[in-house]
Structure formats: structure tokens, C-alpha cells
Design a protein around this ligand. Sequence first.
Ligand code: C5P
Length: 301
Amino acid sequence: MVTVTALAPAKINLHLAIGSRRDDGFHDLISLFHLIDLADTVSVTVEESAQLSISVEMEGMPPVAQNTMEVAARLFAETLQLTPSIHIHCKKVIPDQAGLGGGSSDAATVLLILNHLYGEILSCSALIDIGAKVGSDVPFFLGESAYACVEGRGEILTPVNCDRSLYGVIVIPNEFRISTGRAFADLDALREKEKIVPRFDDKSELITRFLQPVDQWDFSNDFRLVLDPLTPIYKKLDVIVAQFPGCFSTLSGSGSTYCVVAEEQGKIDRLRTKLEKMAANVTIYDIKSLHRGHSGDTVLL
Ligand code: C5P
């Protein structure tokens, strides 16, 4: 019996532009993904006689409907024509339906651990093919880079090699959640009604802008168009963040997480004090950049 444990970190989207709905129902997008230090812990144990089994430990969180880790493990086993005799245990910290990629990162971590246990039998691109079948955000978590420009429906990655460290907070409304599918559908409906043509950024121009200081960023998230009419929280948070020069804020994924980053921890500390006083009914987490391989004690594959 052998067990391998690894961190499954979350991401935030520093920028997210969504194209039109494709024939397969998905949307082309262009996004800047950034790995952060908020992480689940995933353990995979190979047990000769066992079937595939999963246990999830999550404090105060509702059970996740479809388990991405199970889908990932089954697809991995199917690809190699193996019997998945494994137990997966996940200690969840990343909130669900928050736009932080928790389920996708858990699935990617299962794939990375399994590939490690089977002697790196599959190439990175083969793992990405499996990952993309599990979910659109999974390929990013199979990469090594803390920053990447992500295109297609999420499977085309351009790593941005940059050792810049950012500090931040993420703010999660306690009573507002929206599913990814609904956010995309609402965006399509709104664009059709108001005849809005999606605007797409050029990848190299986006990366050049990313390399500028944070206070010069003008990144945005198209989902604000549909989320702002549903809740006043993001506009209220914008007003607070605007009082703190050097802090950049945006929505992550299709919500509900609002994230703020800066180049110095001190700026975030001052903002956090203000947020704790002003923003009601939210949960605030401290975050910082995660550069794989520099993550402390727990194994990162
Ligand atoms: O791939 P994932 O499971 O994360 O997608 C959830 C839903 O979000 C999809 O069923 C689809 O409706 C929508 N989606 C999309 N375009 C993407 C990613 C997700 O329309 N690029």
C-alpha cells in the first residue's frame, strides 16, 4: 500500500474575457490565471484489492454534487486500461462554486499523483487531454506556472514565466453563489438582448499589460455584466478598494469571489482592516502567489 499526498491550490482570474457560445455549447475565452496559496490537500492510496473510493473532509461546507476527482481517476484508469484500485482522500479548504477552481484543482492533483505513482507514464499533453474532459479549468492546474494565459475553452495554455509575488485578499459573499453554467447562459442572453459584441484581447498584448505594475492594470471580467445586476456587493467593494492605491480588484471566474491583489503585503493589511469594518456578510481569506516548488512542507508534484 502506498500513499502520495499533494496540495491542490486554488486560482484567481486576473482577467477574463468571454467570447460567443460555440456549437459545442462552450465559449472561447481568454484569461490570465494565477495560482494562489489557498489549497485543498489530496491523498491517493493504491490498495491492491480495493475499488475506487473517495472521502472528502470539509468543514462547514455542503457536499459537492459531482466529484471531479472520481471522474479524473476513472478517465486515467480507462486511458491505461487499469482497474482503479485506489482510495482518494481530500481535505477541502477551497470554497465550492466560488470561481477559485477548487474542484478542477482537486481533479488535476489526482491526475498528477496517479501519473507519478505509475512512473510518469503519460505525457503532460496526454494528461491535459484527460483533464479537459473533466472540466475546462483542469488543464491550468496540470501546468507548472504560477501565471498563465488561458485560451480556447480553457485547454490552451501559455505559461507566463514570471517570479513576481502578489499579496491579496479574496472576499466571498456569504449569501450569493452562482453556478458557472448559469453565469455563461445569463451572459449570452444579455449580450443577445443588448446586441453586445464580445471584445477579445490579443494574447501578447495581455501578457505585456500583466508585466506592468499592478496599479496600471486595467483588467476586467465579463461576468460583472451579469453579476452586478444580481447583487450590489461588488460595486460596494469597488468603492472601498478605490481608496487604496496600488490595489487591483476583480471578480474571479464566474464569481462569487471578489479578489484584490497588490505588490506589497502592507497595502493589503490596511485594506483588510477596512474591509472587516465595512463589508458585512462576507468571508475574507488572505492569499498570496503560489510558485510551484516553493510551497513549504507539503509535496507539490
Ligand atoms: O467545463 P466546466 O465543467 O467547468 O463547465 C461548466 C459549464 O460552464 C459548462 O457546462 C458550460 O455551460 C460552461 N462553460 C462554457 N465555456 C467554457 C467553460 C465553461 O460555456 N469555456
